[in-house]
Design a protein around this ligand. Structure first.
Ligand SMILES: *Cc1c(COP(=O)(O)O)cnc(C)c1O
Length: 389
């Protein structure tokens, strides 16, 4: 089976992990801050806070920005459930903004309209979570303008977008209050499980560092009581154990050093797909001028005469590990118990019924890609007429 995505692990990655295993610290040692600094430098941002997953990162990003019960967070239906669940963890409510059918990212026109209506109704969101779907950066500066006008905070879910850029600015370096990245094994840089929160705001960075480790400080200047000795620490608020291990951080830093090469390979594969699949009747991955996608996913939309479920099965049977991203969040049973249902966000729903993620990973061979293309194109052939002439 050619997987839709797979990790790229080298001998250097393995040596980096073994180095930590042979050292004194498996966690809370020097590898985490070293990885944070390397990630911050690569993403042109002052602060990077490593966490145990992007899900954990989204949770503490929302907490650091003050999301709580009675508040509202808006995101898109076309994402992984974690983009919305972070609101529920904080006791806040969720609502959605539909996607732009071309970019498959949040429709900023609809966001503006919904904000205007919400202002009149006195129910503005405290946080908006746009997603850089497939690694294609959303127009974050347009959302920033709306944030400044309506007073909400932006947590950008850049789980797909490690290494993506707008012009010469890396995703994570501008626009959002906090940007969250994922290092899950299928993502473009991996630590097995892991994530990173970036911000330009030192206060938010400190708050997230505290929240990822139980709300505890060891800094006497932050303590409310006089420290009784060098062993003293204080829990100032309720936090979690959302730390990344040094083992994982060493893998991440080693992977990060190869990011440019892995991104170039993904870009080359995506360009080749564009060329081989263009004009076939498939709707291809969009491009935005002046942006660099990280190409975490390569998603095609099938034309309406092709039944997705049948095409999916035939591709899988032929050894092509296709996948579907995403079943709309608002249609998940848990969200339906909260009052959402099919029909509310039609662009996300229509997109979902046609989409297919096809294999894309750095080490993919030309042969594998040709295989994917030929089986995929076969699915587009018109059904044969019963009586041929
Ligand atoms: C993978 C992913 C997440 C969650 O990432 P984890 O690191 O697995 O917690 C969140 N949002 C999106 C869009 C994702 O793709």
């Amino acid at each position: 089976m050619i997987p839709y995505s797979t990790q790229h692990i080298t001998d250097e990655d393995i040596a980096a992990v073994v180095g930590v295993l042979r050292s004194s610290f498996l966690t809370q040692g020097p590898a985490v801050p070293a990885f944070e600094q390397a990630f911050a430098a690569r993403h042109q941002v002052p602060h990077a806070v490593a966490v145990s997953s992007a899900t954990a990162g989204l949770h503490i990003a929302c907490l650091a920005l003050g999301l709580g019960s009675g508040d509202l967070l808006w995101t898109v239906p076309n994402s992984f459930v974690a983009s919305a669940n972070c609101a529920l963890y904080c006791g806040a409510a969720v609502d959605f903004v539909d996607i732009d059918p071309v970019t498959r990212n949040m429709d900023i026109g609809q966001l503006a309209d919904k904000l205007a209506a919400a202002e009149l109704a006195g129910r503005l969101p405290r946080i908006v979570v746009p997603v850089d779907f497939s690694g294609l950066p959303i127009d974050i500066l347009a959302i920033r303008q709306l944030a400044d006008r309506y007073g909400f905070k932006i947590v950008e879910d850049a789980s797909h977008a490690v290494g993506a850029a707008r012009g010469s600015r890396a995703v994570g370096s501008e626009g959002a209050d906090i940007t969250v990245f994922s290092f899950h094994a299928v993502k473009t840089v991996t630590t097995g499980e892991g994530g990173m929160c970036t911000t330009a705001d030192p206060v938010l960075a400190d708050r997230m560092r505290r929240l990822r480790t139980h709300g505890i400080t060891r800094d006497p200047a932050e303590m409310q009581q006089t420290p009784e000795g060098p062993w003293s620490y204080e829990q100032l608020e309720l936090g979690y154990n959302y730390r990344l291990t040094d083992i994982a951080a060493a893998l991440g830093q080693s992977q990060l050093a190869r990011l440019d090469g892995m991104a170039a390979a993904r870009e080359a594969h995506a360009c080749r797909y564009d060329a081989l699949l263009g004009g076939s009747g498939l709707t291809l991955q969009p491009r935005r001028p002046d942006t660099t996608s990280s190409h975490h996913l390569y998603v095609v939309e099938l034309p309406s005469h092709v039944e997705r479920a049948a095409a999916f099965s035939r591709l899988r049977e032929a050894g092509i590990g296709v996948n579907v991203h995403y079943y709309p969040i608002h249609c998940q049973p848990h969200y339906r118990t909260l009052g959402f249902d099919w029909g509310q966000f039609p662009a996300s729903e229509t997109y979902y019924r046609r989409c297919l993620s096809i294999p894309l990973f750095p080490a993919m061979t030309t042969e594998q890609q040709d295989d994917v293309v030929s089986v995929l194109l076969k699915q587009l052939e018109q059904p044969r007429r019963a009586a041929s002439n």
